[in-house]
Design a binder for this molecule. Structure first.
Ligand SMILES: Nc1nc2c(ncn2[C@@H]2O[C@H](COP(=O)(O)OP(=O)(O)OP(=O)(O)O)[C@@H](O)[C@H]2O)c(=O)[nH]1
Ligand SMILES: [Mg+2]
Length: 297
């Protein structure tokens, strides 16, 4: 099974029914892209550019046109990837702050990342910065036990900033290589949540000014255009350096990746493809775009 086999992008199969280049072809393509969650504006942009290229280069075969579309779609990733690369394998120390709305897969992604770094022989410390939800610290503790990471947790309903502070002192004392900080996806209201995240971000910057930083936004691939709104909001709270796109093994359409990478220039770095510790892969834009456009479905 290929990695993105379960993507339910409706562009799939489209090129198999190719009968020729005409207005209907482009209109249908635009519609399919929108149905794949690419977003109306970006879908129109892609198709307009494709129209121009097809005309200019005199393309008329379905494979040529699909290749051209792939090139155009991949363009949204180019700048962000060149600028910021993949998630670092190490740092001095490496500090990963994980944020995102509730239920998107933050804690699970942290567990998978911890598994990845412990397998590399790194000393990993998890900080349970989600003090809002009752079972949150317990869920993170279970991951810590499972993958052989350490954990610092506070009391339920306590101040997340204080837990993060304690966690960072522990990380310094224990000389942790990788520190991964979990956060709540929901508080009493959104303003509180963003303020809390800003505070956590400030505590980290103050206490560990020399750490290699990764501020990772987790987005559920099935959220559709809402994922773009979330990314905009969280960008204001913390300078995002990357996105982890989760649940790509489900019934996700996944097109939101293009909108987020294209509009906000935030690189997609990781893809969640299941619930097990090794179900986290480095995001490969080319493979992903191929999966969106492939006809074998
Ligand atoms: N199939 C699949 N399920 C996932 C993936 N990532 C997370 N999940 C599941 O999604 C659900 C929510 O995951 P959590 O990690 O608890 O999400 P969260 O963002 O920490 O949620 P809150 O703490 O409530 O904000 C769990 O049942 C996970 O097992 C993935 O890549 N694929
Ligand atoms: Mg969680």
């Amino acid at each position: 099974m290929k990695l993105f086999d379960k993507l339910k992008a409706s562009v799939r199969g489209f090129f198999d029914d190719f009968t020729g280049v005409n207005d209907e072809f482009f209109e249908e393509l635009e519609e399919r892209l929108i149905l794949s969650d690419v977003g109306a504006a970006l879908s129109a942009e892609f198709v307009n550019e494709l129209r121009g290229c097809v005309k200019q280069k005199g393309l008329n075969g379905s494979e040529e046109i699909r290749g051209e579309l792939k090139r155009i779609m991949l363009g949204v990733f180019a700048q962000s990837l060149a600028e910021r690369g993949n998630i670092p394998a190490s740092g001095t120390p490496l500090l990963i702050l994980v944020i995102g709305v509730n239920g998107v897969g933050k804690t699970t992604t942290i567990g998978k990342l911890a598994a990845r770094y412990t397998a590399l022989g790194k000393k990993v410390l998890l900080i349970a910065g989600d003090t809002f939800r009752a079972a949150a610290a317990e869920q993170l503790s279970a991951w810590a036990r499972r993958v052989g990471a350490e954990i610092v947790r506070g009391t339920e309903g306590g101040d997340p900033g204080a837990v993060v502070f304690d966690g960072l002192q522990a990380a310094k004392a224990r000389r942790s290589d990788v520190i991964i900080c979990d956060t709540a996806g929901r508080l009493h209201n959104k303003t509180n949540l963003m303020k809390e995240l800003e505070k956590i971000n400030r505590v980290i910057t103050r206490e560990m000014p020399n750490a290699a930083r990764e501020n990772l936004l987790v987005i559920d691939a099935a959220t559709g255009q809402n994922g773009l709104l979330q990314a905009r909001e969280f960008t204001a709270a913390a300078d995002l350096t990357g996105i982890a796109l989760t649940k790509l093994d489900g019934t996700a359409k996944g097109g939101i990746v293009f909108a987020v990478a294209g509009e906000l220039g935030i690189p997609v770095k990781l893809a969640g493809i299941g619930e097990r510790p090794d179900d986290l892969i480095d995001f490969d834009a080319e493979e992903f775009t191929d999966a969106i456009l492939s006809g074998d479905n």
